[in-house]
Design a protein around this ligand. Structure first.
Ligand SMILES: *Cc1c(COP(=O)(O)O)cnc(C)c1O
Length: 433
């Protein structure tokens, strides 16, 4: 498979080129040059084959000829080594739990796969690859765990001091090995600025081999098709149109859903479920796309004011509003609605949803209200409720059970290095280590 840029000015490149570069040289995002459909027979087979085999067959066309089949098999089987659980709350409402990986959020799929892929691509390189990530919480832990002990790569994570929860911080600052956490005296925006400045510093890039692991990397999106397949395998044979509600921030998850539909998955519509950071639902309603500063909400992993995968969504829909509207319906939820919904889900079904998942359920319910006719809803559950225990307590009055692996991290001591928000200090760190 060759990869092209959404801006269509950069030359085509290989998967290796697209993954190691992240952003295309013309500023666009990499897209597979074509997406082939699987036949109805093969899709039917996908219901019966072992899940690793299905993931392998789904990603193979995107990775050939860059990655030999044995390597790809190893990448898939090592990365996706945790279950995807489907919980049916009612005959028409299913929750797909994507949070059974090491950091209890769906970002484990993308980060673990991309880390192993990059590990393969840098084999034979004499220079150590440095992966830079700025995080406001969840990305840092998924990326740190994904790359832990991958040879030839070190990870430097920047996070804003005192602005993330202890559970989030402990998940990526206690690992050591090839993971360094820099605790920046500043905000998330400062962290992002430092990373951007490092990438645009030509002198630094001559002396250090840098790449990024944020959600614009195509290596994170490809494996996000896998769990859409996992849902298809577990759902009853679809006689009723399937509506998939995706709690969205940067829209990587929803983009991967549309990839999955393009390879043949029978999905009638995607719901872009957002919190009050609703630039995409607004675009779907008005045709106007107005990025703006993010607002803080309870579903903080979706606090994004300028979704970085939006150009990919447009590209998949031939840059036409009416095609985007054909694929996606949008819904926005306030914090108050989110809290009420968490309470209602718990009361009706005895199920504890995290705030992101609750935003997804609200999107499905709103869709159902506005669209008559038979439909079944699939809501992606993007995080384990224990990651957002304070909000769960606010909603239902009790704390969600704490999984052992999160409890174990809370006991470990943090190893981060404190730095100021000055670029010079950050650059000195990168060159000295
Ligand atoms: C990152 C994240 C999202 C948003 O996913 P996007 O692909 O950025 O739209 C939703 N929920 C949780 C818990 C997340 O960590």
């Amino acid at each position: 498979m060759r990869y092209r840029s959404t801006s269509r000015k950069a030359p085509l490149t290989s998967l290796r080129g697209a993954v190691l570069r992240g952003l295309a040289p013309d500023g666009g995002l990499y897209m597979p040059a074509e997406i082939a459909r699987h036949s109805a027979e093969e899709l039917e087979e996908f219901r019966r084959l072992p899940f690793t085999e299905v993931c392998f067959r789904v990603v193979r066309p995107f990775a050939t000829p860059d990655v030999p089949e044995e390597t790809l098999w190893q990448v898939v089987s090592e990365a996706i080594n945790f279950p995807v659980k489907l919980v049916s709350l009612s005959p028409g409402l299913h929750i797909l739990e994507l949070f059974h990986g090491p950091t209890l959020a769906f970002k484990d799929f993308g980060a673990r796969f991309m880390a192993r892929l990059m590990g393969y691509f840098v084999r034979g390189e004499t220079r150590l690859l440095t992966v830079l990530v700025a995080t406001s919480g969840d990305t840092g832990s998924a990326v740190a765990h994904g790359f832990l002990n991958v040879p030839g790569i070190r990870v430097v994570i920047l996070y804003p001091s005192k602005r993330i929860s202890e559970a989030q911080e402990k998940q990526f600052t206690t690992l050591g090995e090839n993971i360094t956490a820099l605790e920046v005296a500043g905000t998330f925006d400062d962290c992002q600025r430092l990373v951007k400045q490092a990438f645009s510093d030509e002198g630094l890039n001559k002396r250090a081999f840098l790449t990024s692991a944020n959600s614009i990397n195509i290596g994170r999106l490809l494996p996000q098709m896998f769990y859409h397949l996992a849902a298809y395998r577990q759902l009853p044979v679809a006689s009723v149109p399937l509506i998939v509600s995706v709690p969205s921030g940067n829209f990587g998850n929803l983009t991967a859903g549309i990839f999955a539909k393009r390879i043949g998955l029978p999905v009638a519509k995607y719901v872009a479920s957002t919190n009050t950071n609703d630039v995409v639902p607004e675009y779907l309603r008005t045709g106007q796309f107005h990025p703006r500063a993010a607002q803080a909400t309870y579903s903080n992993a979706m606090d994004v004011g300028n979704p970085n995968n939006f150009p990919r969504l447009l590209d998949l829909c031939r840059n036409r509003l009416e095609y985007v509207q054909k694929e996606i319906w949008g819904h926005r939820a306030t914090d108050e609605e989110t809290l009420q919904e968490m309470k209602a889900i718990h009361k009706r079904f005895g199920y504890i949803a995290d705030p992101h998942t609750a935003v997804g359920v609200l999107g499905w319910e709103a869709y159902k209200l506005e669209h008559a006719g038979p439909a079944q809803g699939l809501v992606l559950a993007t995080a384990h409720p224990a990651k957002f225990a304070d909000i769960v307590i606010k909603a239902i009055g009790t704390a969600p059970p704490l999984p052992d692996r999160l409890a174990a991290y809370l006991k470990r001591s943090k190893l981060s290095l404190a730095i100021s928000s000055s670029y010079d200090e950050f650059k000195q760190f990168l060159l000295a280590h």
